[in-house]
Ligand binder design. Structure first.
Ligand SMILES: NC(=O)c1ccc[n+]([C@@H]2O[C@H](COP(=O)([O-])OP(=O)(O)OC[C@H]3O[C@@H](n4cnc5c(N)ncnc54)[C@H](OP(=O)(O)O)[C@@H]3O)[C@@H](O)[C@H]2O)c1
Length: 241
């Protein structure tokens, strides 16, 4: 039976990559979306709803992903063996002094907490299924180090220790936890051509390779070079303690 990937942040540039990777590798998708219009955007982008089940939930709330997993447990949504998460907030330049408290909290909620919830509320389910091929993967970015765009930089920076801890907590489990550390711009295929950046469908290679590489676990997968890193994974295992 085909595997299913739960995709959180499914309607973004990076979410489109994850869905493309899933469908290209003959897996199904359980896509969490926040609204019908986001679901429509997804199906329009992919060109079909074949292999995609939509689940509507607010992934920024601490009950959003939890509710989806409860429906899976109740048999109302398909079982899943993998999780991909890439929820993202603003990607704009500003000075720290101009960032209001409300804006900071909103972006930490979208850019950090949503990833945290997507892990906390799926990992027990993945372990209980005990599928030896299970993976849990998150996309972070180089802004977390460079800090040119301070708002996404702060949310991505907060994800780094989270990724290490999640990976460590699963070193001996059935779930391969990995971080994809993306160092350049990826956009949906149409925008990418317009803006001269990497296409979501090309970046999808990375996730396809992770899904099919049983040895890649508890690692940061660096995507620094828009050519070679899309053909061969650059794997940097997290330090063991
Ligand atoms: N794109 C890149 O080149 C790149 C590079 C490095 C790292 N990353 C990281 O990857 C992540 C995603 O990037 P992206 O380019 O895919 O972002 P994006 O295109 O803006 O997509 C963001 C996703 O998050 C969802 N989202 C945003 N605000 C939400 C909210 N308030 N409630 C519920 N869902 C919300 C969006 O849903 P809707 O469609 O409904 O708005 C969409 O699915 C980010 O954390 C980013 O830092 C991206």
């Amino acid at each position: 039976m085909a595997e299913t990937i739960l995709v959180v942040g499914s309607t973004g540039n990076i979410g489109f990559s994850a869905i493309t990777a899933a469908l290209r590798s003959k897996r199904n998708v359980l896509a969490v979306v926040r609204s019908q219009s986001s679901a429509d955007k997804l199906v329009k982008y992919i060109g079909s709803d074949k292999g995609i089940t939509i689940a509507e939930a607010d992934v920024t709330s601490d009950t959003g992903v939890k509710g989806v997993v409860e429906k899976v447990r109740a048999g109302k949504l398909p079982a899943f063996q993998h999780v991909w998460t890439s929820v993202g907030g603003e990607y704009t330049f500003d000075k720290i002094e101009n960032v209001s408290t409300e804006r900071l909290r909103r972006n930490m909620n979208i850019g950090f907490e949503a990833g945290f919830f997507a892990y906390r509320d799926t990992i027990k389910y993945l372990r209980e299924q005990n599928n030896p091929n299970s993976t849990w993967t998150i996309c972070t970015g180089a802004q977390g180090e460079i800090a040119q765009f301070v708002v996404p930089a702060m949310t991505q920076g907060a994800l780094f220790p989270f990724c290490k801890a999640a990976a460590r907590e699963n070193e001996e489990t059935n779930v391969r936890v990995n971080e994809v550390y993306l160092c350049y711009r990826v956009e949906n295929d149409k925008d990418a051509v317009e803006h001269g950046v990497t296409k979501a469908s090309d970046f999808a290679n990375v996730y396809e390779m992770i899904l099919d590489s049983p040895d890649v676990r508890s690692s940061r997968v660096c995507v620094e070079n828009a050519d070679e890193d899309l053909k061969k994974l650059k794997v940097r295992p997290f330090q063991k303690i």
